[in-house]
Design a protein around this ligand. Structure first.
Ligand code: ADQ
Length: 761
């Protein structure tokens, strides 16, 4: 039994109009509706979207109609006041995001007010979902108009399963970063459990933008954020090929095909079908066709271009200008080359019915997709699906997402007028055997990767998301607080090893900002003062940092530089964990690092007492990773056979003593303290895994945050570690100190929980 699906998209598949005192419903145009309608129909799901007009005349009649849509068809309308709708849709979505995401920043309009409307509209869509969703529903949000919706839903209802699919391209990060609201939009998307893109190119660009704008690293298939793992997929959208088959084989379409053949007898037919949009390359196509007629006169009267362009977004000024430009070009070319019995271009500026379209697709000798940039382009797939025996040729822009899947098409660069004209001539002259071979490969792929399998796989990704989360929770679940307290109470000697950054305090953008609050210090000290309890603060930081914050607490063990330096309780001095650790090796390593410092802008060297680190956080990420490999390899060769090791961390290559790691430190602490019946170890990053690996399997090992770990237990954030420390230290919840510490750190989490509770009651 498939789980209930709620699709959220800007438009419903029907558009409501008021004409002549009556309500009418027209099929909405565009690729998103074409791909999703059959999927939602088959799943029996709910579709939430804007009905295409604002409440005005006859509000009762309109409301009754919309209620019937929801009851009978599963189409739930989100109403947007006229003012919001315009600024959101015509404004931020189509005047700012559309051109920018398609790589035309100079066409984008930047108006902060339209973003306010975008936020308002996204909130209304999210509210419409929250009013209707149940816990098991799968929520699938679509496209660039609704990029904030996933995070709005996540904030209101953290357990919801949310997918997002971007139908348009994701631009290279240097273009995306132009957007003043880039942070909000990325954070909005990261509310989802699964994010889908049309191509790997778009997915890669998104990952780089997340890295550059938010500083969050990712893998090719996942990003870990706030304790959640977000799956990333490239899932090219398809068409429902069966439906086109049925149409092509229907008597009505066959009749229409015969009529078209008679009409164009003796001439070749080239077909272009687009929304009238400036990314589709319509003027470029017309100029290319003019070039063909001008330079290869034998094609005059021998070929006709049928250009169908469905009007769209007509209130946006750019689109009105495009419409004029296309009208003029068609008029000029037909005027210059037409004859009484032949028009070079047949131009229809309207929506044509699917049967009419199927007939045109099946008779056309060439299908011409000339997008300057396109997420996918379904017309390319529809053309291929409708071709039968003696198939035609698909001319496909290399800038459409479809080009990454349809390698057997004739590839064109739509900006290259003579090159594209030559490709068109080649397509028109192509021998049948070659056409058949190319077509066979294309059509089998179009059928295999159709809209139904696209949706099935996307929904399966989404169903998987929470299961994945449950799995990782099972392998490292929440710590059993009662058992932990019992074990603590029963043990005569206890050792608690606590990492600092990301474990006792949240990670901060600058290390100097991550100072402990007085409440954190007090809780740690209370724990250390309990009889038989040894508390060690274990960090990669310098001794100066630890001394500054914890220096006054004589009951603590302190370990700096991953254990290279240790201060015992009551001792005034720090000692190296191993005797004889010197720094004679440093000048030699420093010389190597200086060489890279000079070569790599943005990199820097950190000198510690027992380590040297080369940081490259500010270096362009790909170059940084590449050059870091070289740094690590060069140093590795030089230091082979010494006591020193080269370690790769997050954006850092570090040289230190091989024994200076937290795992060795655990051994050292245990040897100094003696056997401790109770062991608690908490940490958040890769260096803490050494501790988890070093302690007995029944120790209470706790990993903070998402990601893979060998720890037995997992908590989401430092607030949870502090809550545990408070419990072990014997602070009662009513204790103002414990309550204060937890409130301060846990405010965010608590706020989330409360909002959820409000929404659900
Ligand atoms: P669109 O930009 O709308 O879609 P496209 O994928 O080509 O682009 O889809 C157009 C759809 O509208 C096709 O199904 C076509 O048959 C139909 N259509 C176009 N002109 C028509 C006309 N005159 N009459 C009737 N029907 C017409 C967005 C992205 C694309 C992405 C899709 C789906 O911009 O890149 O492929 O979503 O993800």
């Amino acid at each position: 039994m498939p789980e209930p699906l709620i699709v959220v998209a800007n438009r419903l598949p029907l558009t409501l109009r008021r004409a002549g005192g009556r309500w009418t419903a027209e099929a909405s145009s565009g690729g998103l509706v074409a791909a999703l309608t059959p999927v939602v129909q088959r799943a029996g799901g709910l579709w939430i979207g804007w009905p295409g007009d604002a409440p005005g005349d006859d509000p009762e009649g309109r409301a009754a109609l919309l209620e019937a849509w929801e009851r009978e068809r599963g189409f739930a309308a989100v109403d947007l006041p006229e003012r919001v709708g315009r600024a959101f849709y015509d404004g931020f979505a189509n005047d700012t995001l559309w051109p920018l995401l398609h790589g035309f920043p100079s066409r984008a309009v930047f108006n902060p007010e339209t973003f306010v409307a975008y936020q308002d509209a996204n909130q209304r869509f999210a509210d419409a979902v929250l009013e209707r969703a149940r816990p098991d529903d799968l929520i699938w949000v679509h496209d660039y108009q609704l990029m904030l919706v996933p995070a709005l839903l996540r904030a209101a209802w953290p357990g919801l399963r949310i997918g997002f699919f971007l139908h348009v391209p994701f631009p290279p990060p240097e273009l995306f970063r132009i957007l003043p609201q880039r942070d909000q939009l990325l954070v909005g998307l990261l509310g989802a459990d699964v994010i889908g893109f049309q191509t790997h190119e778009h997915l890669g660009a998104f990952r780089r933008a997340v890295q550059q704008v938010l500083g969050i690293e990712s893998r090719i298939d996942a990003i870990e954020v706030g304790g959640r793992s977000i799956a990333l997929h490239a899932r090219p959208v398809g068409i429902v090929a069966d439906e086109w088959d049925e149409l092509v084989d229907s008597p009505r379409v066959r009749e229409h095909v015969a009529q078209l053949r008679r009409q164009h007898a003796g001439r070749r037919l080239v077909l272009a079908v687009d929304r009238l949009d400036d990314t589709k390359g319509i003027p470029e196509r017309l100029r290319t066709f003019r070039h063909l007629l001008a330079t290869q006169p034998h094609w005059r009267r021998a070929v006709t271009l049928v250009q169908i362009a469905v009007p769209s977004r007509e209130r946006v000024p750019r689109y009105a200008a495009l419409r004029r430009e296309v009208n003029e070009l068609v008029g000029e070319i037909n005027g210059a080359y037409g004859t009484p019995d032949w028009s070079p271009i047949v131009y229809l500026r309207r929506s044509v019915s699917r049967p009419e379209l199927a007939a045109l697709y099946s008779v056309a000798d060439v299908g011409w997709v000339g997008s300057l940039r396109d997420g996918m382009n379904l017309v390319a797939k529809e053309y291929v699906a409708c071709q039968r025996e003696d198939p035609g040729v698909l001319l496909l822009s290399e800038f459409a997402g479809a080009a990454s899947e349809m390698g057997e098409a004739v590839r064109i660069n739509p900006y290259d007028t003579p090159g594209t004209a030559a490709a068109l001539a080649r397509a028109l002259d192509m021998p049948e055997a070659e056409r058949a071979e190319r077509h066979a490969a294309l059509v089998s792929r179009v059928r295999r990767n159709d809209a139904v399998s696209w949706a099935r796989r996307s929904v399966a990704d989404l169903e998987q998301a929470p299961r994945d989360r449950a799995l990782s929770a099972a392998s490292a679940g929440e710590p059993p607080v009662a058992a932990l307290l019992d074990a603590f109470a029963a043990a005569p000697e206890r050792l608690c090893a606590l990492d600092y950054d990301g474990t006792l305090v949240p990670l901060a953008p600058r290390p100097s900002d991550a100072a402990p609050t007085p409440a954190v210090l007090e809780l740690v000290e209370r724990l250390a003062r309990r009889a038989g309890t040894h508390v060690a603060v274990v960090s990669g930081r310098s001794r100066a940092d630890l001394e500054r914050w914890f220096g006054g607490m004589s009951s603590l063990w302190l370990a700096a530089e991953h254990g290279a330096l240790v201060r015992e309780p009551g001792a005034a001095d720090w000692q190296p964990m191993r005797q004889g650790a010197g720094s004679d090796w440093m000048p030699d390593v420093r010389a190597v690092l200086d060489h890279y410092l000079a070569r790599v802008p943005g990199s820097m060297i950190e000198e510690k007492e027992h380590a040297l680190a080369w940081h490259y956080r500010l270096v362009e990420p790909e170059f940084g990773e590449w050059i870091a490999n070289e740094v690590a390899a060069t140093l590795g060769e030089r230091l082979a056979g010494t006591e020193l090791a080269v370690l790769r961390g997050s954006k850092v290559v570090e040289v230190r003593y091989a024994w200076a790691n937290k795992g060795e430190l655990m051994g050292y602490l245990q040897s100094r303290i003696g056997p401790a019946a109770f062991l608690l170890v908490a940490g958040d990053d890769a260096t803490d895994e050494d501790m988890f690996a070093r302690v007995p399997p029944d120790a209470f090992t706790i990993h903070v945050g998402a990601g893979r770990t060998a720890a037995r237990y997992r908590v989401a954030e430092p607030a949870a570690v502090l809550a545990l420390i408070a419990a072990l230290a014997g602070a009662r919840p009513a204790d103002p100190l414990a309550a204060g510490a937890l409130d301060a750190v846990g405010a965010q989490a608590a706020g989330r929980r409360e909002r959820t509770a409000r929404t659900r009651t």
